[in-house]
Design a protein around this ligand. Structure first.
Ligand code: DX5
Ligand code: ZN
Length: 221
């Protein structure tokens, strides 16, 4: 099965975002991954609503918002109004996950929950039937361009088993250190959505790289 590909704008050229958004629009990418960091939950700050609004005006792809912030509940309504299609919050940052997930869905967004590398998938057992997506961090969140954590393959397989055990229809998305080399292995382990920042934006031909990731299930590099 072909994966969905979500280029992460964090690795784009911030001096000329329009041209990178147009490149994504004209590519075979499925979603546009938008990382929001608050400098508290993660040791970095990225972008916020004004940039998101500008991107939403320009893009033809669904926006996949990944919130790396404390108290994400405070802003969910605003992400709905702004036009996010998928809203992912971190398991580790929320106290009342069931309520928060229900609220995201009530605003017609797909609800995702993300796990840091050290958090076991077993914590999701009770919430999985309510989720549209689980985002497994395959690096520590906060920065693009880090090295993929190899233990993630077994975590993906465990999550896939838990999803079918619980009757969930959640997709599995991975984020961090995705390359042309590990992408086919990730798909083989059960991943449905591949986020990629540096692999796409630091390549000579980003649009072609998106397409190579999209079609890499056929090929072990
Ligand atoms: C990191 C972000 C990622 C990041 C991935 O915390 O969530 O989306 O942009 O970048 P790469 O693909 O370069 O590891
Ligand atoms: Zn992300």
């Amino acid at each position: 099965m072909k994966p969905l590909v979500a280029p992460s704008l964090l690795s784009a050229n911030f001096g000329n975002l329009d041209s990178d958004v147009d490149m994504i629009n004209n590519s075979t990418a499925d979603w546009l991954h938008f990382d929001i960091m608050d400098g508290v939950y993660v040791p970095n700050i990225s972008f916020g609503f004004p940039v998101l609004e500008a991107i939403i005006r320009r893009t033809s792809k669904p926006i996949d918002v990944h919130l790396m912030i404390v108290n994400p509940e405070k802003f969910i309504e605003r992400f709905g109004e702004t036009g996010a299609s998928i809203l992912t919050i971190h398991y580790e940052a929320v106290d009342h996950l069931h309520n928060t997930v229900k609220f995201i869905k009530s605003l017609n967004m797909k609800a995702g929950v993300s796990l840091n590398p050290h958090t076991p998938v077993s914590v999701l057992e009770e919430i999985l039937p309510y989720l549209d997506l689980v985002l497994l961090m395959t690096v520590n969140p906060g920065f693009g361009g880090q090295t993929f954590i190899e233990r993630s393959y077994s975590k993906i397989r465990k999550l896939k088993a838990l999803i079918s055990q619980t009757g969930s229809t959640a997709m599995i998305e991975v984020d961090g250190g995705v390359t042309l080399k590990n992408a086919p292995l990730l798909i083989d382990a059960g991943v449905n959505v591949l986020v990629a920042g540096n692999t796409i934006f630091k390549s000579d031909n980003p649009s072609k790289t998106i397409d190579l990731i999209k079609n890499c299930h056929k090929k072990i590099y």
